[in-house]
Design a protein around this ligand. Structure first.
Ligand code: CP3
Length: 367
């Protein structure tokens, strides 16, 4: 299981396996932990006043291309909350934007594509990602963070379905009608598109791992819009390929898969070959564990909206999540989706303290 490999002399990159004893990595591997680890999806960002101060105006894609700023934004929530992991500050559309597909991220809206993917001719606009040439700023920022953080750094990529949905719809979507239309009307084109996006995600993830990230998460945020049968046919093979190829190039790397509204997909997602399955707030963790079966850790799953009210409510609901997680190893506490921008950071700080004090999954001397 160890990722330790001989370090070459004079190499400045962190020694692989440096965080093998960190609670986050141990929980990903369903090992025993000193305390239940916690981090929050979208922990960096607009809920933090220090983010708003450091970020300045302009597109988030400009901020993402500045390694020093990225390092600072990645570190901010770790410093403030004492989370057990850092999530790299970037976005799921960065690789597609970097190869020139014509993607921007509109404040308050999300990714927007000027000329959406509509036909086979658009495949030409999706050349392979070459991380050292196309996203050197990602590599530089990850190297810097991996060498200086006291907690593991999580690298990430967008799942092929979710990235495809932005490219095809041209922006955020409610019903994903264009994606579904293309998928069913021209399955061969869908598979070719997904092949390219899978290669793109893999190239990006590998570059982050080579630069020193300790774990990776695949955000297939919107895959829950699909029926299990269509998820299995149109998405799962590419997802499984991503995790198989990461395991072969970076053996032992903890991997996490996550999507919203995936309750019905959990048994399938659990076959993709990840260490951890992320659970949104709709499925209690004890039921989620039953749906995914033994052998994989769970991550989640406090409803982010429950952090918007009083501490009493957030505390009671945090305890409910800890209770449902049970005593067996393999729970990483998180929200069921990203931190909402209007969240009071003070509440999240208290959630971290409560999880560290009261979480029981895998804590203690005997199994
Ligand atoms: O702590 C972190 O997680 C920050 C790093 C991060 C960002 N985006 C920065 C960001 C991560 C992990 C993402 C992933 C991402 N991006 C996902 C998957 C996670 C999820 O929420 O399901 C998705 C679907 C996107 C696409 C995207 N980018 C959306 C939907 C938005 C929100 C639009 C808005 O403004 O409300 C973005 C923009 C974005 N990405 C912001 C941040 C901090 C906010 C805009 C800004 O600060 O300029």
């Amino acid at each position: 299981m160890s990722t330790a490999a001989p370090a070459s002399p004079g190499q400045s990159a962190p020694v692989p396996g440096r965080f093998d004893d960190a609670p986050f990595i141990q929980a990903c591997r369903s090992q025993r932990v000193a305390h239940v680890p916690v981090w929050f999806m979208r922990q960096a960002g607009r809920s933090l006043p220090e983010y708003r101060a450091a970020r300045g105006p302009g597109s988030i894609l400009d901020a993402i291309a500045q390694p020093e700023l990225v390092a600072e934004l990645t570190r901010q929530p770790v410093d403030r909350y004492g989370t057990d992991a850092a999530i790299f500050f970037s976005d799921i559309v960065v690789p597609a934007a970097a190869i020139g597909f014509g993607v921007d991220v509109a404040p308050g809206t999300g990714p927007v594509v000027s000329e959406p993917f509509r036909s086979a001719a658009d495949l030409q606009r999706l050349r392979p990602l070459e991380p050292t040439l196309d996203t050197p700023y990602v590599i530089e920022a990850v190297q810097h963070l991996a060498g200086s953080l006291d907690v593991p750094l999580i690298g990430f990529a967008g799942g092929p379905f979710t990235v495809a949905s932005y490219l095809i719809e041209g922006g955020p979507s409610k019903n994903f009608t264009r994606v579904k239309a293309l998928m069913h009307a021209d399955p061969n084109l869908w598979h070719e598109l997904v092949e390219r996006l899978t290669d793109m995600a893999l190239a990006s993830l590998r570059s982050q791992l080579d630069a020193g990230a300790s774990a990776i998460q695949l955000f297939d945020s919107w895959a829950g819009i699909l029926t299990p049968r269509h998820y299995e046919e149109f998405v799962l093979p590419s997802t499984s390929r991503i995790f198989a190829e990461i395991e072969s190039s970076h053996p032992g790397t903890p991997t996490i898969i996550f999507g919203v509204g995936t309750g019905e997909l959990l048994p399938l997602m659990a076959t993709a070959g990840t260490s951890v399955v992320g659970i949104d707030w709709r499925v209690p963790l004890d039921q989620a564990r039953t749906r995914i079966g033994a052998g994989q850790a769970v991550q989640g799953n406090l409803d982010p909206a429950l952090c918007l009210g009083t501490w009493d409510v957030a505390a009671a609901e945090t305890r409910e999540v800890l209770e449902r997680a049970g005593n067996a190893p393999g729970h990483i506490f998180n929200l069921g989706h990203g931190v909402l921008p209007e969240t009071d950071p003070g509440i999240l700080e208290q959630v971290v303290a409560l999880v560290h004090a009261e979480g029981r999954a895998g804590v203690g001397a005997s199994a």
